[in-house]
Write a protein that binds this ligand. Sequence first.
Ligand SMILES: Cc1cc2nc3c(=O)[nH]c(=O)nc-3n(C[C@H](O)[C@H](O)[C@H](O)COP(=O)(O)OP(=O)(O)OC[C@H]3O[C@@H](n4cnc5c(N)ncnc54)[C@H](O)[C@@H]3O)c2cc1C
Length: 359
Amino acid sequence: MAERKLNIALAGAGLMGRLLAWRMSEKGQQVSLFESGSLEKPAGACHTAAGMISPLSELFHCPLPIYQLGMQSLQYWPDWVSQLEQTTGSKVDYRQKGSILIAHPQDRSELLQFQQELDAKLGSENREQLQWLDNNSLRNLEPELEHFDRGLFLASEADIDNRKLLPALLQALRQNHIRLHENTPAECAPGTVHSVRGTESFDLVIDTRGLGAKKQISGLRGVRGEVMVVETPEVQLNRPVRLLHPRYQLYAVPRANNQTVIGATEIESEDMSPISLRSTMELSSALYSIHPAFAEARVIETRVNCRPATMDNLPVVESQPGLMRINGLFRHGYLLASALVAQAEIEVSRSTQTTQQVT
Ligand SMILES: Cc1cc2nc3c(=O)[nH]c(=O)nc-3n(C[C@H](O)[C@H](O)[C@H](O)COP(=O)(O)OP(=O)(O)OC[C@H]3O[C@@H](n4cnc5c(N)ncnc54)[C@H](O)[C@@H]3O)c2cc1C
């Protein structure tokens, strides 16, 4: 069997578009990437996200396939990141140190409920993935969580600094001589892309436009999410921490330079206007309740975007001759991206395999 090289177009240079374009170009395919906005400052949800890759934490609210795909993703990310770091010389800050769930003493039932939900969804497989932490073991992992005496440790979970990953992917795309068309909104059809450049033909078009594909994907909607970035040298966390609370769910993801990404709201709205005062107060007070030293943290950024979601919040992968659409990654882009890209690679590879006689 010989592999025929394809001329592939991708529309949308968000997370899926960049990752797919990079992987396809590494396989020797000829790739063109169309992006409606700027490549340096992505407008998509990928730029706003916290970058957690947390299949167990997400399983509490989500169906099993999200968890299963997420566990697959955890197998691809380390190798892909190290290849990306080697070829571009850029640090991406992928970290697999697990995550910790905590609750205030009066909300401790939230931790128990979390465990029971995962028990119900995963059965006995779950038990070794979830570890109860007492006061001492919690302090060993996260000395700053001194106000909490119990927690849950999800050792397999990871996170990635999206503000480093996205530019590194762009650099790799440039190194691989991908044809990059920014500020070029595109429409996709089987085997063709329509843009201000005209109508161009390709062997395969892959639509990764997130919310930009709303007209083509029935039921696709945006779900508003707000995050804040705070900075303080006073509190040093080592991994993502989630505070379970009956009203305000909060995560705090530590980043380089004493920064912490905190989030996120989830509002059924496609409003992209700046963060509300209410969300700012709720996120800040939940963070302050984790450690009082966060009170003096400086708010250095607020981010708002809409997650592309389907009606059942599951991803959509549609394929027909000459056109593939991958969308609806909702709050799971980083969690699912590498598994979905690997699936797409297999599909593309199948379509390129031709017998020697035919070629
Ligand atoms: C507040 C928040 C926090 C999040 N946190 C996490 C997290 O911790 N972990 C996680 O796994 N996920 C998280 N997510 C979800 C994640 O960001 C998304 O699932 C992911 O970005 C979706 O990737 P995508 O490539 O499909 O879409 P996007 O990232 O939205 O990219 C779509 C791209 O297509 C471009 N485009 C649109 N229309 C056109 C057109 N006509 N032609 C060409 N280009 C076009 C856009 O400009 C954009 O660059 C979060 C999201 C938000 C909003």
